[in-house]
Design a protein around this ligand. Structure first.
Ligand SMILES: [Zn+2]
Ligand SMILES: [Zn+2]
Length: 250
């Protein structure tokens, strides 16, 4: 500012609103000589406002004066001049834009990370569930193999102990034995190396039938630590007969 004033002339070109109003009203002649603060050339004020009342000129200040930086300017520089305030404003806007952009990028990144974390958690849950199901099936197959083995041992013992058995019954037991032995092994193999998600299947159904037949033939049952061998499994659907039983008693 000081440079401009010194370089141009001794006339002032940068004013506060009050300063400029005061000059227009008190010394209109001096005001009309004001040089452009940008190019130090004539602002053409005399030509335009020589005949205009000071009060009117004062009301038109915005046409030759920038209220942002206080410069009085010629027509060419009124809207194209060095303007600290405008520059600062532009710089601030650019900075805000940049910050907003960075913020946006950070948010996008955070959202992406959250989505990835959620997807990974979902994947983990699914894997865990799969493992749980696998483990559950393994335990079920273990129980089936164990029961089948007990039926096999029972039939093996009954077929060896021929005392008191009619030959026809004995022969039938001898028929049952290789069948139950094969099924028991198959069920054990399914426990050790399952080749499907099936648990038991037809093999287990056949073991149940064989055990029912062996009980009938021998009039004996397999006793376990927990009482008579129960061919029903904890995961089997409820037995309709067992459900009706208490109702009969009631
Ligand atoms: Zn100019
Ligand atoms: Zn300005």
């Amino acid at each position: 500012m000081a440079l401009l004033r010194d370089a141009g002339s001794d006339t002032q070109s940068i004013f506060s609103s009050e300063e400029l109003e005061g000059l227009i009203l008190k010394d209109k002649k001096a005001f009309l000589k004001t040089k452009c603060a940008e190019c130090a050339g004539s602002c053409g004020l005399a030509k335009k406002y020589k005949e205009t009342m000071a009060v009117i000129v004062k009301s038109m200040m915005d046409t030759f004066w920038c209220r942002d930086c206080g410069r009085v300017l010629c027509d060419s520089h009124r809207y194209q001049h060095t303007c600290e305030r405008l520059d600062a404003l532009k710089e601030r806007n650019a900075k805000i834009t940049k910050e907003a952009l960075l913020e946006q990028l950070r948010e996008d990144e955070a959202r992406k990370e959250a989505q990835e974390a959620a997807a990974k958690a979902e994947e983990r849950r699914a894997a865990e569930k799969l493992e749980e199901e696998k483990s559950r099936r393994k335990n079920q197959r273990k129980l089936l193999a164990h029961k089948a083995k007990q039926v096999e041992s029972f039939i093996q013992q009954r077929s060896r102990d021929t005392d008191g058995l009619r030959p026809a019954v004995h022969n039938k037991l001898l028929d049952l034995y290789p069948r139950v032995k094969r099924l028991s092994l198959a069920l054990y193999n399914q426990f050790e190396h399952p080749d499907s998600t099936e648990v038991g299947g037809p093999d287990w159904e056949e073991v149940k039938e064989i055990y029912a037949e062996a009980r009938e033939l021998t009039n004996m049952i397999v006793m376990t630590e927990n009482g008579p061998l129960d061919m029903r499994n904890p995961w089997d659907p409820p037995d309709p007969e067992a459900q009706e039983a208490p109702m009969e008693g009631a």
